[in-house]
Design a protein around this ligand. Sequence first.
Ligand code: HEM
Length: 411
Amino acid sequence: MFTHPNAVKEIFVADPEELYAGEANGFMEGLLGKNSLLLLDGTRHRRERKLMMPSFHGERMTAYGDVMADVTSRAISRWPLNERFAIEPEMQEITLDVMMRTVFGIEEGAGFDRLRALLAGIVGHAASPLLLMLSLGMSPDRIRKICAKLDVAPFGVGRFLPPVSLFRMLQETDALLLAEIARRRSSPSKGNDVLSTLIDARDDDGHPLSDVELRDTMFTLLFTGHETPAMTLAWVVFRLLTEPAVFEAVKDEVGRVVGQGPVRAEHVGQLPYLDATIKETMRLCPTIPIVVRKLKRPMTIQGLELPAGVVASPCVYLTHRRGDIWEDPERFFPERFLTRRSTPYEFFPFGGGVRRCLGMAFANFEMKIVLAEILRQATLTIPQGKQIKVVRRGVALAPSEGLPVLLTARN
Ligand code: HEM
C-alpha cells in the first residue's frame, strides 16, 4: 500500500505493460466477464478503451442531463413523507435507471423491468464480502460445473445456494443482454446511447466489437456505473445533513443558479460549491478505498524493491487523509477545493493514469444533477440519535443501513 504522492505518481505514470490493473482486478472475472475493460491489459485494453472513450467525453454528457433530472424527479415523488427510509437504495434506483437509459438506450417495458431486477439482485449479492468470495473465488468454469451439478440435485435446493443463485442471475442477464444486442444490430436506433455508439464503433483495423465483447462491456458499465455513484451520492447526502453551514451554502447556490428548475446541463458548470462539496466528500469517504496494479517484472517503488507478481496499491483512503497534504485532514471543509488545486497523485477517488475511471465525467455530471434536483425538491433529515458508520459492501465502502433519512417536506 502506498500513500505518498511521489509513490502514487510512480505507479500511475509507469509503463502499463509493466503494471497490470486488469490482472490485479482478475478476482471479478466470474462477475464481469473476461472481456470487461476493468480486467483487460495491454493492447486489448488500449483498443477497447479507445472505442469507448467517445461515449464518455464531457460534451456527450449534456445529452444525458434531461434524463438524469427526470429520473431523479420521478424517484423523489415516490419517497414516503415523514417515514424513515434508506436513501442509498433509492440512489441506486436512480443511477441504475439513468444507466439503463443512457448507456443501453432502453426505456420501460418487460425487458427493462427484468434486467433492472436482475442487476439489483446481483448488486445485493455482491454486497456481502463472504458471498462475493464464495462466488467469485472460483474460476467461472468451476462455478459453471458445480452449478450444473447442484441444479439437478434432488428438489433443486442447490439453486438457492449463493453461488448458484448468483450464477443463475448472471446467466439470465447474459441472455437478456445478448438478445438486446442482436435486436439493436438488426434495427439500429441511431440514438445517443452508448450501446448504439459501440455497435457502430470500429478499431484501427476496421473491426467492430463482437457480441460477447459488447455484452461484457454493457454489463461492466451497468454494474460499475450505477453502484459507485449511488454510494457516493449517499455519502454526500450524509455530509450535507450533518454539516448545516455547508448545507445552507449549497442550497443557496442551487437556488440561485437553478431557480424554479428543473436542473439542466448548462447549470452544472455554474455550481462550484456543490462541486467542491462532492470532492470533499470523496476525499473523506471514498467509495473505492484502494486501486490495484500487479507488477509484471521486479520494480523499485519509492525506494522499495518489489518482486514480480506483487500487487502495488495506491491507497485512496489514506492518501486523502495525510496531514502533510491536507490541512486539518479530518475536517470536512469543501472550501479547500475552491482555493487550492490538488494534484492527481494527492486526490484520486477515480484512480489514475491510463486506467483512470472511464465514467469520471459521467459520474461528476450525474451526481450534480441528482443532488441539485434533490436539494430543490426535497427536505431531508437524519432521524434523531442515528449513528452512521462506514460498512464494507463488496469492494466498496458505504454508509451503514443504507443511510436512513426522513423526508419532511416536498417542495
Ligand atoms: C462516483 C462514482 C465512481 C467512482 C468513485 C469510480 C471509481 C473508479 C475507480 C477507483 C476505478 C479504478 C481506476 C484505476 O484502477 O486507476 C474505476 C474504473 C472504471 N470505472 Fe469508475 N467510478 C465511478 C463511476 C463510474 C461510472 C458512472 C462508470 C460508467 C459509466 C464507471 C466505469 C468505470 C470503468 C469502465 C472503469 C475501468 C477503466 C479501465 O480499466 O480502463 N465508473 N472507477
